[in-house]
Design a protein around this ligand. Structure first.
Ligand code: NAI
Ligand code: MG
Length: 355
């Protein structure tokens, strides 16, 4: 029996999460996997009802379950709150830290029927299948911050970037293990020519290579990597990065595939895994039943694979998505001439039907 905590959140979060739940129910019915789901308040909607974006009860439920499925949080309504009450800073970052999910996996994969949806040439992206492994709970985002007044006017700010050998080693192991199950190629990204933290990063990653002789390891400077990702992204299998570089590069990598509405993520490392589409709450299309639920549905596939070790069930979900796309069904964001436009709910229903 697996216990999932659902955090639908704000904007399109509840719409896409409902689609993912619909698909999970189909998986449950067809395979006999036992799953229970409980919903909790998280983000702006939690602030509206309880005065805090991350209520204690929500955190408790998340820590007690086996996995968390998150929709998205935030929106203009909450942008002017003090920082600690804002959905992203007051709920999302603390949740990741509390769950100890130090490894963020973001696959960039092109479904054959969507190879023309990218802004890059078809031959550059067709067949693309890479995975970014981003360190998620350390580095400059969590380092000490300071702002002080200068006597002559203006300010001086300080941000600190800290990593320990242990923090680098544990996320690097996740990347090596993943590479081993894929095409056995690992590219570790850093800025070792200028940053001390990157020098340690490179030392630690290189030090592990002997334990994974089947994995081909190479190192790449982050600026070059940004360029290579648009020049020839198919050279990559697994990309390993620290937190900030990974934030930027994974957004870039994800967009190679066309629509942000297609891309899932998994955050792992603690007892409880966190799964969410990479997109946000999309206030511009919220409430219209037009959001693409596939990123959320594929996040469920990642949950089945990485948290529950149900590889066949995960593949079943991915095949169902692929089959519905092959048949020409499209939400608005991936609409192409001659295809059939469907709503959020219809897309989820079609995918559940394939299962
Ligand atoms: P966004 O990802 O919400 O939207 C960017 C654009 O992509 C919009 O035009 C939106 O309509 C479209 N889009 C996003 N998801 C889609 C889907 N499933 N189907 C079709 N179109 C989709 O990013 P934005 O606008 O920068 O942020 C909106 C809010 O979401 C902000 O408050 C931001 O802080 C928050 N956010 C939350 C995240 C989270 O909860 N993990 C992640 C990113 C942003
Ligand atoms: Mg980002």
């Amino acid at each position: 029996m697996f216990k999932i905590t659902l955090l639908p959140g704000d904007g399109i979060g509840p719409e896409v999460t409902a689609g993912a739940v619909r698909v999970l129910q189909a998986v449950q019915k067809c395979t006999g996997v036992e799953i229970t789901m409980q919903e909790a308040l998280f983000g702006g909607c939690a602030y509206d009802k309880t005065g805090t974006p991350l209520p204690e009860e929500t955190l408790r439920l998340c820590l007690e379950g086996d996995a968390v499925l998150l929709g998205a949080v935030g929106g203009p309504r909450w942008d002017n709150l003090p920082v600690h009450l804002r959905p992203e800073r007051g709920a999302l970052l603390p949740l990741r830290k509390e769950l100890g999910v130090f490894a963020n996996l973001r696959p960039s994969l092109i479904f054959p029927s969507l190879a023309d949806a990218s802004t890059l040439k078809r031959e550059v992206v067709d067949g693309l299948d890479l995975m970014v492994v981003r360190e998620l709970t350390g580095g400059i985002y969590f380092g000490k911050k300071q702002r002080e007044d200068l006597p002559e006017g203006g300010y001086r700010v300080v941000e600190t970037l800290e990593y320990t050998t242990g923090e680098i080693e544990r996320v690097a192991r996740v990347a090596f293990e993943l590479a081993r199950k894929r095409r056995c190629k690992l590219t570790s990204v850093d800025k070792a020519n200028v940053l001390e933290s990157s020098r340690l990063w490179r030392e630690v990653v290189s030090g592990l290579a002997a334990e994974y002789p089947d994995v081909e390891l190479n190192h790449m400077l982050v600026d070059n990597c940004a360029m290579q990702l648009v020049r020839n992204p198919k050279q990559f299998d697994v990309l390993l990065t620290e937190n900030m570089f990974g934030d930027i590069l994974s957004d870039q990598a994800s967009q190679l595939t066309g629509s942000i509405g297609m891309l899932p993520s998994a955050s792992l490392g603690g007892k409880v895994g966190l799964f969410e589409p990479i997109h946000g709450s999309a206030p511009d299309i919220a409430g219209k039943d037009i959001a693409n639920p596939i990123a959320s549905i594929l996040s469920v596939a990642m949950m089945l694979r990485y948290s529950f070790n149900l590889e066949e069930e995960a593949a079943l979900v991915e095949r169902a998505v692929s089959a519905v796309l092959e048949e020409g069904y499209r939400t608005t964001d991936i609409m192409q001439p001659g295809m059939r436009r469907v709503s959020t709910g219809e897309m989820a229903e079609l995918i559940a039907g394939k299962i």
